[in-house]
Design a protein around this ligand. Structure first.
Ligand code: SF4
Length: 272
């Protein structure tokens, strides 16, 4: 890495760190991931869920839970981000009923957003036309891609899922939604991970997140990358991530402690 890029990275990290220390980041968003269902239409090899889904809560109960969340952020005077996840959250028949309820509450208290995460294979034109009325509360949809080609992605997520997920991301972008690409790296897709930024650029996503495999549930069958491999990948991607900042693509941290190295402000924050 050149000295200039190192300096740029340092300055940006320092400024973000200062913001965090001032508590700005905390005041600007109380982030919650809301697990709406265990059910999924895929059986990814690296999934940390088992094959025994817990029964979904009925919509009325979910609305009650959402009300408690809203009451809390109102009381704490915080802005909120409540991210809808699963399983595959859009598999719920009442997904739009719930989104409609959240939107109604947002019109009364516009202090939160409700992005969601998906495997992308069910995101088609019809889904997007139903989603459009709620664009004010859905700033971003994160779709998982675990390879840069059908061979790798399909091996992990199932045959045919690569093109469907890419199509979903493209359609979302074309219809004005913010998109994010999430990549879980293991030995199986390690080589592809080096091209994840390129894939993100191609699909015009606004965010790229890379995290390491969590060896739980079905994920136990795959092998994690080694520390030297992690270092090699991190070094490559973090340099690329600086280059990509002007385009708004960046690398975020994942679940494993070591991988926090990829999120420079978080790393500095942890060190402090
Ligand atoms: S990783 Fe996500 S998309 Fe894949 S089976 Fe698990 S919940 Fe479904």
């Amino acid at each position: 890495m050149s000295d200039d890029r190192g300096l740029l990275r340092y300055k940006k990290a320092l400024s973000e760190l200062q913001d965090r220390i001032r508590g700005k980041a905390v005041r600007e968003g109380f982030y919650v991931q809301w697990h709406l269902t265990d059910r999924c239409n895929l059986r990814c090899k690296h999934c940390y869920y088992s094959d025994a889904p817990i029964k979904d809560l009925p919509p009325e109960q979910l609305k009650g839970i959402f009300d408690k969340y809203l009451k809390s952020i109102l009381k704490w005077k915080l802005k909120g981000t409540i991210c809808l996840i699963g399983g595959e959250p859009i598999l719920r028949d009442d997904f739009f009923e719930l989104l409609d309820y959240i939107y109604t509450r947002w019109k009364e208290h516009p202090i939160f957003s409700a992005p969601f995460m998906s495997n992308g294979v069910r995101i088609d034109e019809e889904f997007i036309s139903r989603l459009e009325p709620y664009s004010a509360i859905v700033p971003q949809i994160q779709v998982s891609l675990d390879g840069t080609c059908e061979e790798t992605h399909g091996f992990i997520r199932g045959k045919g899922s690569f093109e469907k997920a890419k199509k979903g991301l493209r359609l979302l972008h074309e219809n004005g939604f913010g998109t994010a690409l999430h990549f879980v790296v293991s030995k199986t897709n390690y080589k592809d991970a080096f091209d994840v930024m390129k894939l993100g650029d191609e699909l015009k996503v606004t965010r790229v997140t890379v995290s390491r495999l969590v060896p739980e549930g079905r994920g136990c069958t795959l092998e994690m990358i080694t520390s030297p491999e992690l270092k090699e990948l991190w070094t490559y991607l973090s340099e690329r991530c600086i280059d990509s900042y002007p385009k708004g693509v960046f690398l975020a941290r994942g679940r494993c402690d070591l991988w926090h190295l990829a999120d420079i402000p978080s790393t500095l924050y942890s060190l402090k």
